[in-house]
Every structure is written in C-alpha cells, then in structure tokens.
Design a protein around this ligand. Structure first.
Ligand SMILES: Cc1cc2nc3c(=O)[nH]c(=O)nc-3n(C[C@H](O)[C@H](O)[C@H](O)COP(=O)(O)O)c2cc1C
Length: 443
C-alpha cells in the first residue's frame, strides 16, 4: 500500500499507458548512427508506428517546431530541419496502422481555431477515432517572426489565447454555432465537422507554468509532463489534481504521462554505460559550445570545449525574453544563471563540455534492466504518481525495438500492461470518459 500522497488513491490494478514521441526540434535522438534510418522519411515513421502497434502502445506522438532554432544565423547544429507537419505525417500513418493513437503537437498561438479544429477532426475521421492534439503555446520569437508579421505574445497572453482556441475547437467539434470576438481571436460560424468514433480528438497539453497547468486542469485529457523525477512527479500530481478538482472535474481526470528516455541493458552496468555514451554524444564539444553560444549570443567557436568557460559577458539582445532561449523560470536571470555556471565550473573544475553535460536538461533517463525499470514503473502507476510515460527513443530503430521486445513483456509479466488492444480508439485505450456529451452541454 501507498504512503505517498499524490492526490489520488493507490490502485493495485492500475494499468500503464505508453506513448512514444519525437520532438519537432532538438537533439535527444541519435540520428547520425549508421543503423539509424532517415529522420524525415515517411518509411522511418511507418516502421516505428507499426513496431509500436505490435507493442500495443497507446499512442505515437509527434512534437512540432514551425521554425528551427537559430544560432548566429545558422540552424542550431542540434536541431532537425525539414520535419513534415505532424498532422499530415500522422495522416499517412493512419493508413498503415489500425489501433495505435496518433497525437499531433500543434500550437495554439499561431494557428486559427476553425482551421486547426478541422485539420485535427480530419485526422480523427481518417484514423477512425485515433487522433490526439498536444496543445502547446510555443515559447520562442523565431516562430513568431514567421507569423503575426514579427509579433509575439507574452507568456500569459499565450495561455489566454490557448484557452480561447481550445474552447472554440471543442465548440466546433460539438457542432455548435460559434461566435467569438476578442482582441486575441475572432471566430464565427458553424463547422461541418462530423463526430469521429471517439467523439472528438483527445486533448494532450504540454507546458509547465501555472498557466499551462491550469489549461491542462481545465481542458486536457492527458498531460505530457516535464516532471519525471520522483519528488517532482509527486508534487506535480498533487498540484495538477488539486487544480483539476477546482475546475469541477474529478481530481484524477487528467492522465499524467511524463516525457522520459528509457535506456535498457542486460545488466545495470551495461545500461549505465549506454547512458554515459548517450550523454556524451548529445553534448560533444561542438554542441557544448553551441549550447553556450545560445546563452551568450556570441560566436564562441574560438573557445576550447575542454577549457574554461568564456570570461566575456553575453550580448544584450539575448537577454530579451522573446528570444526564448531559456526556460521561463530562468529567463529573467540570465546573467545570474551564467554567474552560477561560472561558480559551478570553478568549484568542480569543469570544462565547457563537462559543465554543459552537468547543467543540460538531457537527464531524464530511466535506465536499468527491463525487469528493474518495469518494477519501478509498476510501483509509480499503482501509487498514482504517473499514469504512464511518453518515451523519446534515443535511437530510432534499436531503442524502439528494445521497448517493444524487452520492456513490454516485463510490464505484462507484472500485470500493469495490456496483452491485447481491447478498444479501437485512443480515448478507449487511455480509459478516458466520453467527454463529448459534457462539451455539448458546456457550449
Ligand atoms: C514536455 C513538453 C513538450 C513540449 N513540446 C513542444 C513542441 O513540440 N512544440 C512547441 O512549440 N512547444 C513545445 N513545448 C513548449 C510549450 O508549448 C511552452 O511554450 C513552453 O513550455 C513554455 O510554457 P510554460 O512556461 O508553461 O512551460 C513543450 C513543453 C513541454 C513541457
């Protein structure tokens, strides 16, 4: 029995829900490996989705980046360029899969509600009720420059707009007549979208601030959470469930799936060795200097990655929050952040590369033997700390195969994971209530 207070009761029969995600941008996946397929080819994602369906996964999930990050006028070396639009890519996958859910990340800052609702409903119809929308607000001004003619919305305004866009999408999906006119969104008319096998797309949410959590608590079915470490995950579950109850919903109405990278080995030592290799790969010398350049806003290529941190100060425009280079909490304190890094590097005698390895967010590894990871996860879902995980494979082929062939059987042995699909829709796989009726009442 549980002694952990997560805001939901211990459940001996809890089942784990699994998704696999690929970020729209970023360097969490090793694409350069000789055995890794092409990072944008349709065939690659057909292979992944079909493998995951064999592993009875709830969902295949794509992140979105409408403009890749830049560093000194060039695409940041860690970013993937040329990834197709998630909804279009998932529509192709709908044709070659039968059961797995298909979740598209789409931002609520730059999309128009009627058009977005229609595209998502189209994916839902094509896939016969397997679509999901991961609602994000997108925190950088580079994307803004491609839309809104260079305009950019402040953090709180982005969540105001996102709330309006989601509420409008729900109205369109419920077949309501829409009439909405604010300084952020104008929308009129009735949509001709028909209901899918699951009523409407499942709503995921990603974004960890108060505004993000409230949006999830109010409207989401699932949250793609950033809180994977045990204490953070417990605190997050309690917080989200209190917010959800405050919006008049059952406290645990929103499924919590943190993003993690799973590294499996036949022994603990082998798994640890793989983690070391992966971290080193993600933050080799060139990437470590590029990481710092992103904060300094200056060409640091003359600095030796194995040497000390630059002793020069960052340029002013990189301090502007609209640059989106830092997590929101750290944005106001860039100089302070750099001062902290200098102290850390000095105290521990770290080089640029070692420091970046130490402070970068690429540490959400859940690693070990399949049995050890399955034991840990069974404990977490039964204690209701999480409802499952959204896994970012570190390698397109090898790590996806490992999940399906090694981790899934270990979870099944522990009775926390399905042995066949018993439902046909994403809403069904996730065990979510049909909220379509309440959408209709609410609007
Ligand atoms: C786990 C996670 C995944 C995210 N994925 C995306 C993404 O694929 N595309 C995107 O534009 N923003 C993505 N975001 C960024 C959010 O949309 C948001 O802009 C950012 O987290 C800042 O908001 P916050 O302060 O509420 O966290 C993601 C955020 C989180 C926490």
């Amino acid at each position: 029995m549980s002694t952990v207070d997560t805001g939901a009761p211990y459940d001996e029969n809890a089942q784990i829900h699994l998704g696999v995600f690929y970020p729209g941008i970023g360097a969490q996946t090793v694409w350069e490996d000789a055995n890794a397929p092409d990072q944008v080819a349709t065939d690659t994602f057909v292979e992944v989705a079909q493998t995951l369906e064999r592993g009875l996964f709830d969902a295949f999930f794509l992140g979105d980046g409408q403009r890749v990050r830049e560093n000194r006028g060039a695409i940041l070396s860690t970013d993937i360029a040329g990834r197709p639009d998630a909804i279009i890519q998932l529509s192709a996958l709908a044709a070659v899969t039968e059961r797995i859910g298909l979740v598209a990340t789409q931002n609520a800052t730059y999309n128009l509600p009627a058009e977005l609702a229609r595209r998502l409903a189209s994916l839902d119809a094509l896939s016969e009720g397997r679509a999901g929308w991961n609602i994000v607000t997108t925190d950088n001004a580079w994307t803004g420059e491609n839309f809104r003619r260079g305009g950019w919305l402040e953090h709180e305004r982005r969540y105001e707009r996102a709330t309006q866009v989601v509420e409008l999408a729900k109205q369109y999906w419920a077949g309501q007549k829409v009439s909405h006119d604010t300084d952020l969104v104008k929308a009129v008319a009735q949509s001709r979208i028909s209901e899918s096998a699951q009523g409407r797309p499942v709503l995921f949410q990603a974004g960890d601030s108060t505004g993000g959590r409230d949006l999830a608590a109010r409207h989401a079915d699932v949250v793609f959470s950033a809180n994977h470490a045990f204490d953070d995950a417990v605190a997050y579950a309690r917080d989200l469930r209190a917010r959800t109850a405050a919006f008049g919903r059952p406290a645990d109405a929103v499924k919590i799936l943190p993003g993690v990278t799973v590294v499996l080995g036949d022994t603990e030592a082998e798994a640890e060795e793989k983690v070391r290799w992966l971290r080193g790969n993600a933050h080799n010398g060139v990437r470590a200097v590029a990481f710092l350049e992103h904060y300094w806003g200056k060409d640091l290529s003359s600095y030796d990655p194995e040497g000390p941190l630059p002793d020069i100060d960052p340029v002013e425009d990189e301090l502007d929050p609209s640059r989106g280079t830092l997590a929101i909490a750290a944005r106001t304190g860039k100089l302070e952040q750099i001062a902290q890094w200098r102290k850390l590097a000095y105290d521990k005698g770290l080089s640029i590369r070692e420091l970046v390895l130490e402070v970068s967010p690429a540490s959400r590894f859940h690693s070990g033997t399949p049995a050890a990871v399955a034991d840990r996860w069974a404990d977490l879902v039964r204690n209701r700390v999480v409802d499952g995980f959204n896994i970012n494979p570190y390698h397109v082929r090898d790590s996806v195969n490992d999940l399906v062939d090694k981790l899934v059987p270990a979870l099944q042995e522990r009775g926390v994971y399905r042995t066949e699909y018993t439902t046909t829709t994403l809403r069904g796989h996730l065990g979510l209530d049909d909220e379509t009726a309440s959408d209709k009442k609410a609007s």
